[in-house]
Design a protein around this ligand. Sequence first.
Ligand code: GLC
Length: 432
Amino acid sequence: MVRTTIARTLATLALGAGSLMGVQLAATQSASAQALSISCGAVGVELELCKAGVEAWSKDKDVEVEIVSTPNSSTERLALYQQILAAQGDDIDILQIDVVWPGVLAPHLVDMRAHNADAGTGHFEALIDNNTVDGKLLALPWWTDAGVLYYRADLLEKYGFEPPTTWAQMTDAAKTIMEKERAAGDDDLWGYVWQGKSYEGLTCDALEWVDSYGGGAIVNAEGEVTINNPKAVEALEMAASWVGDITPQGVLNYDEEASRGVFQSGNAVFMRNWPYAWALAQGDDSPIKGKVGVVALPKGGEDGGHTGTLGGWNLAVSKYSKNPDLAVDLALFLTSQAQQKQRAISSSYNPTYPELYADAAVLEANPFFGTLEETFTNAVARPSAVVGDKYNRVSSQFWSAVHGVLAGQQEAGPALAGLESSLTRLGRRGRW
Ligand code: GLC
């Protein structure tokens, strides 16, 4: 017998941290032989999907499963996990963890293969490598992500624009369409929305700008800090020029859902987001249903490249779990090919099994999974593997520097020079 009701706020879990007040925990209502708890995100339909998956697994089992809804911001979610895990509490057995966290959370996670020798088979090898620390498979890939460009196909067609392949083309189309539509009375329309809040999402967006210009990935594979270079400066200057022009000033406080809100209500020509926004934009209640296209993010000039930051989420099991075998079993079920196929078709979550990219039903629901296969397989990784447990500090310094540039507090050049010295110190001159 299983209950997965999602209900009251559990203040004790948040340990008083103001930013974590949104945490909710399912109420366990009946005594049962075994109990498990799983944390899930709540961006878009994540929580509903998590609940449906847990229900499918538990229908013939005598297990009580609690679903813990965690903050939308990856940054706040990590802070919550770090508090819980530092206390070595068994509050959460299964943790939904970001692709950049295996190194950060490694000491607290079980080796999946110690509980099931087949764990991890069939997924993209690169994701399994990412989740393997010191030979231990610490998390199972649940879905993968890469940033993509959404556009209003109807508006581009109306004004004679093709989907852009460079940022300059995107900026030009965004500005022209915004100005003409505003002149015709659509005062709320903006050209381009993205994630500019001071958090992990900004690291993802900014890495895409920098990489699209050929400006590297903040720290290279040898551990050298590479971010202070002219291409990165050019990329940040471009992004700063959008703010207050084609992009609302409010973007400095936008996360994924805020930008989706603007785009999906018909108030933006272009949006940078992850693939989950596709199914929602195409939903029956969406004002822009049937009017949206998806392409790879533009290149930074003719010599630049199309790119997308590698994102994605995984399921890990806490070392402090009292039921690790059962927890691994649930994680294996949720990350299975059959479950991922359903999630891809209903809600456009990118599978982590190469085979599903040749599946007709998956491709029919998400045509861009086929056309953008290159983007998904060659996405640019944040430097989490090389900087290991220092990743969150590296990322927060990067997004803070970028946020300052976007807000007009500092020029890109000096901001990146300052970031370089501070990251070089943090990384002990490449030894990390
Ligand atoms: C998405 C990505 C994740 C990233 C986050 C940033 O959820 O999948 O990897 O860290 O966005 O907001």
